[in-house]
Design a protein around this ligand. Structure first.
Ligand SMILES: *Cc1c(COP(=O)(O)O)cnc(C)c1O
Length: 273
C-alpha cells in the first residue's frame, strides 16, 4: 500500500478497521485459552479502559513533565514487591512488556558478571523458558545453555548442576512456563544458585499475579519469589493476570545484598527506594 495523496474520511478509516478485525478471533468469546487475559468483571475492564484513555498521550520518558507516571511506577513496584515478598531493598522498573523486563534483568546480571569475570557470559535455562531469554542473549552477546526438562516439563536438577559453570551469568526458572504451565522447582534451583553465587531470575510473567492468589484460595503453591534468599530478580506481567490493558508490564529485581540494581535505558524511569 502506498502513502495516500488524498485524505481518507474518518468513516472510511473506521470501516476499514472493522473489516480488518473481522478475521481476528474474538478475545471476549471465552473460547481462547491464550493471547487473552480477560477478567469476568466488567467494572474492572471499564476502569482499565478509562485509565488507558487518560494516559494514552503520555510517556515514561521524563518525570519532570509527567510526574504521575513516575509516581505510579514507584507505587506499582512497591505493590508488586510486597505481593512477591520483597523487602525494602527490592527495586524495579515499569516496562513495556515481559520481554523488556527479562532483557533488563539479564542486563543487570551480565553487568554484575562483567565486574568480576571475563569470558563469554552464559545464561542457563530450561528448554521450556520463554524465547525472550534467547532474544536477551542475542542482544547482550551471551551464550544460551539449555537444560533438559523432566517428564513433567520441569527443569532437570541434575542437568542444571552440570550446566552451571565459571561463565554462568544467570540461571532461569519459570513460574510457570508459558507452553506447559508447569512450575520449575524454584526452591531447589534458588539453593543451587545461592551456593554457586549465580544470579537467579524467576520468570513469573504469567504466575506473578496468579500463584499468590491460588495460594490464598488454598492451593499448595511452593515458594517461588523473593521469599527465597537465592532469588535475584522476578518478572511479572501486569497485562496478563494483573488485568491491566495490554501495554504496561512490570519487573521487579531484588535483594541488592550483592550490591546490584536493575539498569534501565531510561534512567529517569529508574526506581530508587
Ligand atoms: C508473556 C510471557 C513473557 C513475555 O512477555 P511479553 O509481554 O510477551 O513480552 C515471558 N515469559 C512468560 C512465561 C510469559 O508468559
Amino acid at each position: 500500500m502506498e502513502f495516500k495523496e488524498s485524505r481518507t474520511s474518518k468513516e472510511e478509516v473506521l470501516r476499514r478497521a472493522e473489516e480488518y478485525v473481522s478475521r481476528d478471533m474474538d478475545p471476549l468469546s471465552g473460547r481462547m485459552w491464550g493471547h487473552v487475559y480477560v477478567l469476568g468483571a466488567p467494572d474492572v475492564i471499564e476502569l482499565g479502559k478509562a485509565l488507558y484513555l487518560k494516559f494514552m498521550d503520555k510517556t515514561m520518558l521524563d518525570f519532570t513533565v509527567y510526574p504521575s507516571v513516575l509516581r505510579m511506577e514507584n507505587e506499582l513496584v512497591g505493590m508488586v514487591s510486597s505481593l512477591l515478598h520483597g523487602d525494602d531493598e527490592v527495586v524495579g522498573n515499569f516496562t513495556y512488556g515481559g520481554t523488556e523486563s527479562i532483557i533488563l534483568a539479564m542486563k543487570a546480571a551480565r553487568e554484575r558478571f562483567e565486574r568480576s569475570s571475563s569470558g563469554t557470559p552464559e545464561i542457563v535455562l530450561p528448554a521450556t523458558a520463554h524465547p525472550a531469554f534467547r532474544k536477551a542473549a542475542e542482544y547482550l552477546g551471551m551464550r544460551v545453555v539449555t537444560v533438559k526438562v523432566d517428564g513433567q516439563f520441569r527443569a532437570d536438577l541434575e542437568d542444571v548442576k552440570g550446566k552451571l559453570g565459571g561463565n554462568t551469568v544467570a540461571l532461569i526458572a519459570s513460574a510457570p512456563n508459558y507452553p506447559f504451565g508447569t512450575v520449575d522447582d524454584v526452591q531447589a534451583m534458588a539453593e543451587l544458585a545461592l551456593d554457586r553465587g549465580v544470579w537467579f531470575h524467576v520468570d513469573a510473567c504469567v504466575g506473578g499475579f496468579l500463584l499468590p492468589f491460588l495460594r490464598e484460595l488454598g492451593e499448595d503453591v511452593p515458594p517461588f519469589d523473593f521469599s527465597l534468599e537465592g532469588v535475584s530478580s522476578v518478572s511479572a506481567d501486569l497485562h496478563k493476570y494483573g488485568y491491566a490493558p495490554a501495554a504496561p508490564l512490570s519487573s521487579s529485581s531484588g535483594t541488592p545484598s550483592s550490591g546490584r540494581a536493575l539498569s534501565s535505558p531510561r534512567p529517569s524511569g529508574r526506581v530508587t527506594r
